[in-house]
Structure formats: structure tokens, C-alpha cells
Write a protein that binds this ligand. Structure first.
Ligand SMILES: [Zn+2]
Length: 212
């Protein structure tokens, strides 16, 4: 029976196979140890690829259009970083580019890669390390905080200028939602069990050929 360690109180708990839509909680502190989502791989794959597509769309089209005293100006998602770089705020430009585009896109791409590897049954021992990498990047992913910050600033600007949201704004909103949905299904215990199952299936397929 596989063991799972509670992240809160460090107790080791033996877990059997969980039915779909069930969760297991720590007997000592009540912390949720794992959740068994149905079709976890398919869902993660669809949500992460949808997130990547939405992010790509949001970098192409206009994010927001502002109109003040007859003067109109369109701002794109990448303008945030490029304007800061033009003002020689290189560190802020790099941070905004990392938070907005780079970290979320790596995060979504790794989730897509992980679920695709499992979908085609090609998970390897190194895929277990990928789970740790995704957890680490997930900790630093702040795109939803950035998006909330934009909404708050838009409310303030709305009293000074006429604002209309472009395709990129809605696309980025969907990106945040899809990425959240993909990460919601990222259950390290369930995925590590699927990775082990995939590796043992591959080994069982190889063995008869080797013997022949
Ligand atoms: Zn616990």
C-alpha cells in the first residue's frame, strides 16, 4: 500500500485506491492529502493547452483602449514591459515580463507536457522530478494577482478616461481561469501513482521482446 506524508503534521498515512470524486484527509490534523478527480490527465491537458492558446492570443491583440479628450490609445500586454524598458526601468520591465508572460507560460507548458506524457503512456522516472518543478513554479506564478491588480487600476482610471477592453483582456482572463483549472487538478499523489503505473506498463511491454 502506498504511503503519503501529510504536509502539515508530517504523519505518514497508508492510502488505498480512492474512488473518483473522493478525497483523503489526514487523520491527525484533517489536512486534505489527495483528491481523486475523474479523467485527471484529460482535464489537465485540455485546460493547460487552452491556457497556452489564450495566452498566445492575448499577446497578439490589444489589451485595453483608453480615450481621453478625443485622443485614443491602445495598450497591448507587452507594452507594460516595453514602456518600462524605454524609461530605463530594466529591473521592473524584466519582473513584469516574468510575472505576466514567462513564468505563467512555462507553468502552463509544463502542465501540458506532463499530462501529454501520461496521456500517450510515455512517463519516465524523470517525470517524477517534473512534479516538483511544477510545484515550485506554481508557487511563483502570480498572473491572477496581476490580473486583479489590472481590474482595480481600471476602476480608478475609469473616472478619468473612457476605457474599452480589447480581445487580449478577455483572452488573458480566460488564460488565468484555464491555468487555475489545470493546476487545480495537479494532485501530486494521484499523478505520481499514474506515472508509476505508466512506467510499469512500459516495462511489461518491453520484457517479452527482450526475452524473445
Ligand atoms: Zn496532518
Amino acid at each position: 500500500m502506498p504511503l503519503i506524508l501529510c504536509e502539515h503534521c508530517s504523519i505518514a498515512v497508508t492510502l488505498g485506491q480512492l474512488p473518483d470524486n473522493h478525497k483523503a484527509s489526514c487523520p491527525r490534523c484533517g489536512h486534505v492529502l489527495t483528491r481523486a478527480y475523474p479523467n485527471i490527465v484529460d482535464r489537465m491537458l485540455i485546460f493547460s493547452i487552452s491556457a497556452l492558446l489564450c495566452l498566445a492570443i492575448s499577446t497578439i491583440f490589444g489589451f485595453v483602449e483608453m480615450s481621453v479628450q478625443g485622443q485614443e490609445r491602445q495598450v497591448s500586454l507587452l507594452d507594460t514591459s516595453s514602456r518600462l524598458a524605454q524609461n530605463n526601468d530594466w529591473i521592473l520591465a524584466a519582473i513584469s515580463l516574468l510575472v505576466l508572460i514567462v513564468i505563467p507560460s512555462i507553468f502552463a507548458a509544463l502542465l501540458a507536457y506532463l499530462s501529454f506524457s501520461l496521456k500517450i503512456g510515455q512517463a519516465k522516472n524523470s517525470t517524477i522530478r517534473l512534479l516538483r518543478a511544477i510545484s515550485f513554479i506554481g508557487f511563483w506564478n502570480m498572473c491572477e494577482i496581476y490580473f486583479l491588480g489590472i481590474l482595480v487600476s481600471m476602476v480608478k482610471i475609469a473616472s478619468l478616461a473612457h476605457i474599452s477592453f480589447g480581445i487580449a483582456f478577455y483572452s488573458y482572463a480566460f488564460f488565468v481561469l484555464f491555468l487555475f483549472a489545470a493546476y487545480m487538478h495537479f494532485d501530486k499523489y494521484q499523478l505520481s501513482q499514474l506515472i508509476k503505473k505508466s512506467i510499469s506498463t512500459q516495462q511489461n511491454k518491453v520484457l517479452p521482446n527482450d526475452l524473445a
